[in-house]
Design a binder for this molecule. Structure first.
Ligand code: SAH
Length: 352
């Protein structure tokens, strides 16, 4: 049997053309597209003939992403999803409810190969990259969940901060951005999308040329290469000077400030001198620093320094005119951090 065609990889136009090649009218393609974006599977597409619905179920794939588990935080309504993919792989996502709308944290790969020392996603390496349809499918599935909670809820903002390194899956991520932004589809503004990278400099330079107004988030986590190399293997490949230069280039090309993520790890990167060094390095760069109290990962012997130290670090940056905030922790009771839930479930499967 040949593989079913994943229709969510296509634009509305492409789906119309595909339908024509199947010997149907292109108009039917548009109808299917509209249903898909609303989360329907073929049997539910009631304006198509029963025969066509049956045929599509055989040769095509609607949403490749299925929500397998939902863990709802009792603290803040954050929902953590475990999704299943057609090949049996599992990925995860988080839907956070903010006053300005729902934000979905999206995975771009099954696992990750970047090897950051504090991150659970990378513990078993990268299994494979996700297709554009598998990224779009996460948004459609999350929309379905949000709507089931309340009719006016839907995904407004997206952060590519789940498992995986988006810039290590460059072409598929760029295509996903175009698909999710399509006015005839989900129509999510690129300005409401943040792409987070551990700092793959050449692809950061490429991204700056794409003319897409997404927010670039950079996982910095250290004030210098020496400390950064102990936390992130990628720092051995791209020195911080080059990384910050790529950030300046992004600001110059897009006019958008860059967000730096800085996970505070006790005894590693949160002394006063680290704040001062960071402020010096970022001076003149149009940016904002997101301080993240480390989400402790069982397998990693690293700890958060606590609230008081985080506030002290923030105050020092602010004093040096570097805009900085401490990220609110969400879903702390449901394995909110990257890769934690998938890992727990895989582990449980191994144990049984
Ligand atoms: N690969 C991309 C995006 C995925 S990680 C990147 O590196 O940016 C999303 C963010 O979560 C990154 O800033 C990452 O460093 C951070 N992160 C990973 N594990 C964490 C943990 N245990 N505690 C706090 N932040 C973590």
């Amino acid at each position: 049997m040949t593989a079913r065609e994943p229709l969510m990889n296509m634009t509305r136009r492409e789906l119309a053309d595909w339908m024509k090649r199947q010997g149907e009218s292109s108009f039917r393609g548009g109808q299917v597209y509209d249903w898909l974006m609303r989360g329907a599977d073929f049997p539910q597409m009631t304006n198509l003939s029963a025969a066509l619905r049956a045929r599509l179920s055989e040769i095509a794939l609607a949403n490749p992403v299925r929500i397998d588990q939902v863990h709802l935080s009792k603290i803040d309504e954050t929902a953590k999803f475990l999704y299943e993919l057609p090949d049996g792989n599992m990925i995860e996502g988080v839907l956070m409810r903010y006053h300005h709308g729902d934000t979905l944290c999206l995975s771009t790969q099954v696992g990750c190969k970047m090897g950051c020392k504090f991150c659970a996603s990378t513990l078993d390496g990268c299994v494979r990259s996700l297709t554009p349809a598998e990224m779009l499918g996460q948004v459609v599935a999350a929309n379905g969940y949000a709507k089931s909670q309340s009719p006016d809820r839907r995904v407004h903002n997206i952060v590519l901060m789940g498992s995986g390194e988006p810039l290590d899956n460059y072409d598929n991520v760029i295509r996903f951005l175009h698909l999710v932004n399509a006015p005839e589809g989900l129509n999510i503004s690129l300005r409401n999308i943040s792409l987070s990278t551990c700092g793959l400099v050449p692809n950061m330079l490429r991204l700056a040329e794409e003319n897409l107004p997404v927010t670039l988030s950079v996982s910095l986590h250290a004030p210098n290469d020496e400390i950064r190399r102990t936390m992130m293997p990628v720092a051995n490949v791209y020195p911080m000077d080059d990384l910050l230069q790529a950030c300046r280039n992004y600001v110059a090309k897009t006019g958008r400030r860059v967000i730096f993520e800085y996970a505070l790890v006790a005894g590693v990167n949160c002394e006063d001198r680290h704040a001062d060094e960071l402020a010096r390095k970022l001076r003149g760069l149009q940016c904002h620093v997101n301080l993240i109290p480390l989400n402790s990962v069982k397998e990693r012997n690293l700890m958060s320094p606590g609230r008081a130290l985080a506030e002290r670090f923030q105050a020092r940056l602010t004093h040096d005119h570097i805009s900085a905030t401490i990220r609110r922790e969400m879903g702390a009771d449901i394995d909110g951090a990257c890769g934690q839930l998938r890992r727990r479930v895989l582990q449980e499967k191994k144990d049984t």
